[in-house]
Design a binder for this molecule. Structure first.
Ligand code: F3S
Length: 293
């Protein structure tokens, strides 16, 4: 029987736990609860909340429609919970204008970035965000900048980057950005002689989880990474583990595990999970693996 070991840090991080707990608390108030965007990037968690009557507003249009809908007498009051990854400032403004009750579950580490870019851009700096331009967290950060901001994802983009004439830059990163890439890009900017203020806004929870996953993957014969398909931090864990362990599997649910594709003789199975993966799912996978390997 193979040994099954869970990485030292795996699963819900502080910010995600806080956001999910916030929604559960709000459900108890008996009001109609919506989250703005999925509260975390994990379909299982979102489905569980849906079963409790929590709705998801996917975009600004749905938020507007919600307000303009004719609400009859005796309808429940509405509360909108802001997701852990945060949203642009205009979403708060829209809720306030429309008198919607808003509960902010933005992770404090993400909120810190909002405050930095808001202040620095107001003081005239040009904001550069290192991250994935399509990620909601980056969209949220952009939405707190006064004026335009640029998003860079790769070293190549940093090499080619030309800041707007004469502007001092303020460089921040998406909380899940890879630390080595961050360092390289800052070095590139230094070599190019750009005048910048750099704030390392990468979250420690991500780094700790990545280091623990790498250490375990180095020893493991099979590595299992559990998390949502849309979760960028889970995808990064997968890439790190795959670099160390050939047999690395990405599971969203137990159904994605195909034992027949794995080698027969295995000593150690390592398990890790992204920041929005619930404990229940990690335990389910752990138990299954213990019985079947
Ligand atoms: Fe917050 Fe870090 Fe988690 S930024 S949401 S504690 S990964």
């Amino acid at each position: 029987m193979a040994e099954v070991r869970l990485a030292d840090c795996a699963g819900f991080c502080f910010g995600v736990k806080r956001a999910v707990d916030t929604v559960h608390e709000q459900v108890k108030t008996g009001k109609k609860i919506y989250t703005y965007g999925p509260i975390v990037h994990n379909d299982e968690v979102v489905r569980e909340l849906e079963a409790l009557g929590v709705g998801v507003l996917e975009n600004e249009k749905e938020l507007t429609d919600l307000v303009s809908k004719d609400r009859g007498e005796g309808e429940k009051e509405i509360v909108v919970v802001i997701r852990a990854h945060g949203v642009p400032k205009r979403i708060y403004d829209r809720m306030e204008q429309n008198g919607l009750e808003c509960v902010d579950a933005t992770c404090p580490f993400v909120k810190r970035i909002h405050r930095i870019v808001e202040k620095e851009s107001l003081e005239g700096k040009h904001i550069v965000i290192l991250g994935n331009p399509g990620h909601p967290e980056v969209e949220g950060i952009r939405g707190w900048c006064h004026g335009a901001a640029d998003v860079l994802e790769t070293e190549e983009e940093a090499f080619e980057y030309m800041p707007p004439g004469g502007k001092t830059l303020c460089v921040v990163a998406q909380t899940t950005f890879n630390y080595n890439k961050f360092k390289h890009i800052v070095e590139i900017f230094q070599k190019k002689g750009y005048n910048d203020t750099v704030v390392n806004t990468i979250c420690n929870a991500t780094k700790e989880r990545q280091e623990a996953a790498r250490a375990l993957a180095r020893e493991a014969d099979v590595m299992i990474v559990i998390g949502g398909k849309h979760s960028s931090n889970t995808r990064k864990l997968y890439d790190i583990c795959k670099g160390e362990c050939e047999y690395t599997c990405f599971l969203e649910t137990l159904d994605d595990l195909h034992l027949e594709e794995l080698p027969k003789s295995i000593r150690l199975v390592g398990i890790t999970a992204g920041a929005s993966t619930p404990n229940k799912l990690i335990e389910e996978v752990q138990n299954y693996v213990r019985i079947n390997f």
